[in-house]
Design a protein around this ligand. Structure first.
Ligand SMILES: Cc1cc2nc3c(=O)[nH]c(=O)nc-3n(C[C@H](O)[C@H](O)[C@H](O)COP(=O)(O)O)c2cc1C
Length: 197
């Protein structure tokens, strides 16, 4: 099939590209407004874009509270949700008024961050505290690039001196559904560390 996205409806193009670019990790982004209101929302248009120093990027499709808060305060936290938090993550993906606190809405506890003002999701087992570097707008996306200034890793996901993917067990987006990550090799078979992007 040869497909020209300009021939398709917006919904069809969305369905096509989100079915091809898989699996996508999910940034569960917490922010605060200038009025100190908490906000939390999942973003599956998300990835690592540099490692020295580490930078991540997520894209806001349109202008939403998360983007407004990041632009106003310059700070955000990427919470990494395990499979156990998938329902709560889903609950924070619905559009609520700016005044609503998605932590309370989803029954999640805020935990203080170290280097930034937005709180972390206490129930998540890894967090990336980030400072805004820039926002690049393309199409309907506003790509937020942030420098990771502090990292929290719960000891429960740590094995043999590193984060074990099976213990992190992150929520990933897979086409219209969520998926799970299954390591192809066991810890014993794992190759020695090397640089791979
Ligand atoms: C799994 C999942 C992934 C999502 N990924 C994105 C995304 O990458 N970009 C985006 O703008 N919205 C995404 N959304 C929708 C936002 O989370 C949703 O619009 C949310 O209400 C935005 O909240 P806010 O207005 O508080 O920022 C996603 C929703 C879910 C459930």
């Amino acid at each position: 099939m040869e497909l020209d996205p300009t021939d398709w409806t917006k919904a069809e193009v969305y369905d096509l590209v989100t079915s091809l670019v898989i699996p996508r990790p999910v940034a569960w982004v917490s922010t605060v407004s200038t009025d100190h209101l908490r906000n939390l929302a999942p973003h599956s248009y998300f990835n690592l874009v540099a490692d020295i120093p580490p930078h991540v990027a997520f894209s806001s499709i349109g202008v939403k509270d998360t983007l407004r808060n990041v632009q106003a305060t310059g700070e955000f936290v990427v919470n990494i949700a395990g499979q156990d938090l998938q329902e709560a993550l889903d609950a924070t993906g619905v559009s609520l008024p700016s005044s609503s606190d998605e932590f309370s809405f989803a029954g999640l506890a805020p935990a203080p961050s170290v280097r930034v003002r937005p709180p972390r999701v206490a129930e998540a087992r890894a967090h990336l505290e980030c400072k805004l570097v820039t926002v690049v707008s393309v199409g309907n996306g506003h790509i937020v690039i942030g420098r990771v200034v502090h990292v929290h890793v719960d000891s429960s996901i740590w094995r043999d001196g590193r984060v074990a993917p099976d213990l992190l067990d992150p929520v990933v987006r897979l086409s219209r559904r969520y998926g799970v990550l299954a390591p192809l090799v066991t810890a014993e078979e794992e190759p020695s560390p090397h640089v791979l992007a």
